[in-house]
Design a protein around this ligand. Structure first.
Ligand code: PLP
Length: 477
């Protein structure tokens, strides 16, 4: 379905903004470059959640992650509404918290009725502390420690077994603690996705999930362990996917396994199709809407089951990027510029690969606007560089910007997913603060790290302490 959203209103930063507010209900956040509430105010400044971005940076410092609560909640709601529209059975949306695991974002997802998918003890601890109910928490991971499994089982979460070691450890914990375990089994679906095509392979080269060739042995093992209550099957085909076909194919594969499990007397009541819906980082990205993705998943699953005369299991999906990605922008302060005649101009900002490792890790492409010059014509082509001691620390290879000066506020949209969650302290940069904005109010959800925070875990053995001492004194061993 082609979108009718107006893209270029004028040759300025405004062209990246979403269409008029009245259409807000039907706009799918993952198809927008900017959060749904992004506007230009009378000062020609960018505003998000009713807050002037330049004022937010004055108040909370730079760089700054700015999370728009309305966009975040709209994405959660659109998943829920689409599932209730298209799936005739029970369903549950689960937020894949690895995209951004922190208390406030997990709390919003939980308030919106989403479960939480976690892949480590740390993410599990965060989800539980944020108030998510253990019945809706799912522990994933291809190498969970015994402690992580124990924590999930003791607190009553569902565990997704990924491999034999997992299964044996889970069976052992459940036996020793005399505690039944809600278990899902993850298989490698054998469906590969690329940006513009997908290929089917009989044998997928992935570290995640049981090889489907092992299905008989796995089902047989689980059927002989009554404490392992196999509630369902899981598969996840990838991330930042724009095609719908792989998800149609996945339905057939899952239903095939479901029938096989039934032959071993395992009453599989849940099918989990994973996440993966892509988002729009640049004008040329054209992902399907949340509604279209959910519709494809529901119709394919219901279709594959219907033709078998099987009852409808509970349908689970686990979006991460498309929930939190479009809700956040990162604001940076522009600094030095280096013009190399005939080659390029570098514009450096006060963050980089430590707050957004996606460009250097995945060659991810981003856009940017200048928050205090939203009406200025886009006359410059520059390379936006981070401040790290690494030539590859480039945030945007080619950004179309207005003429900028040091102190201008550069805003990169689409930074909610896999940015903070992958952030580091490289070059001992303190991690930026994050604020949640809504109706003109801004609340800090992650404090900016201080230099003191950077030294929190440092210890200096007595023989290394200089005679002059250290001010302030450091904690000693
Ligand atoms: C990463 C992951 C997701 C979320 O993927 P997105 O592309 O962010 O939607 C869901 N399920 C599993 C098992 C994952 O590993």
């Amino acid at each position: 379905m082609l979108s009718t959203r107006p893209v270029g209103v004028d040759n300025s930063g405004r062209k990246y903004l979403p269409a008029a507010a009245s259409a807000s209900e039907s706009r799918s956040p993952n198809q927008e470059l900017m959060p749904l509430t992004a506007r230009v105010n009378r000062a020609d400044h960018l505003e998000i959640g009713g807050c002037d971005v330049t004022v937010l940076v004055e108040r909370f410092g730079s760089p700054l992650y700015i999370v728009d609560e309305e966009t975040l909640r709209t994405a959660c709601r659109q998943y829920r509404e689409a599932l209730s529209r298209y799936y005739p059975g029970q369903w549950q949306v689960i937020y894949a918290s690895k995209a951004w695991s922190c208390l406030a974002i997990c709390a919003v997802a939980a308030q919106e009725g989403l479960g939480i998918d976690v892949v480590s003890g740390g993410e599990l601890h965060t989800a539980l502390t944020a108030g998510a109910s253990p019945e809706s928490i799912y522990l994933h991971g291809n190498n969970k420690s015994r402690e992580e499994l124990q924590l999930a089982i003791e607190t009553g979460c569902t565990v997704v077994a990924d491999n034999w070691l997992d299964l044996l450890t889970i069976a052992d914990i459940s036996k020793k603690a005399r505690q039944p375990v809600r278990l899902m089994l993850r298989f490698t679906p054998g469906i590969e996705c690329h940006t513009h095509e997908y290929i089917r392979t009989g044998h997928l080269d992935s570290k995640f999930g049981f090889d489907p060739d092992w299905a008989d042995e796995v089902f047989s093992f689980v059927s002989q362990h009554p404490a392992l209550s196999c509630t369902g099957l899981h598969a996840h085909i990838g991330s930042q996917i724009f095609e719908l076909q792989p998800h149609e194919d996945l339905a057939g594969v899952l239903v095939h396994w479901l029938k096989k499990a039934a032959q071993y007397g395992l009453p599989v009541r849940e099918l989990n199709v994973g996440g993966g819906l892509g988002i729009r980082y640049t004008e040329s990205d054209d992902p399907p809407s949340i509604d279209a993705w959910v519709k494809t998943v529901c119709v394919s699953i219901a279709g594959a089951l219907g033709s078998e005369g099987l009852p409808l299991p509970k349908l689970l999906c686990e979006p991460g990027r498309s929930i939190v990605g479009p809700a956040c922008v990162t604001a940076y302060t522009a600094g030095s510029q280096k013009a190399i005649p005939g080659i390029r101009t570098y514009l450096s900002v006060d963050g980089g690969m430590s707050d957004n490792p996606r460009p250097i890790t995945y060659q991810a492409v981003y856009r940017a606007v200048v928050a205090n010059r939203m009406g200025d014509p886009l006359t410059e082509k520059v390379t936006v560089a981070g401040k790290h001691c690494e030539s590859g620390d480039i945030l945007i290879q080619e950004a179309e910007l207005p003429k900028t000066e040091p102190g201008d506020i550069l805003v990169v949209p689409g930074t909610g997913a896999y940015n903070y969650s992958m952030a580091s302290n490289y070059n001992r940069l303190p991690r930026p603060a994050a604020v949640l904005v809504r109706d003109g109010e801004a609340n800090v959800i992650l404090q900016r790290e201080t230099y003191q925070d950077l030294l929190r875990l440092d210890r200096l053995p007595a023989r290394l302490i200089p005679e002059s001492g250290i001010t302030p004194p450091l904690p000693q061993e």
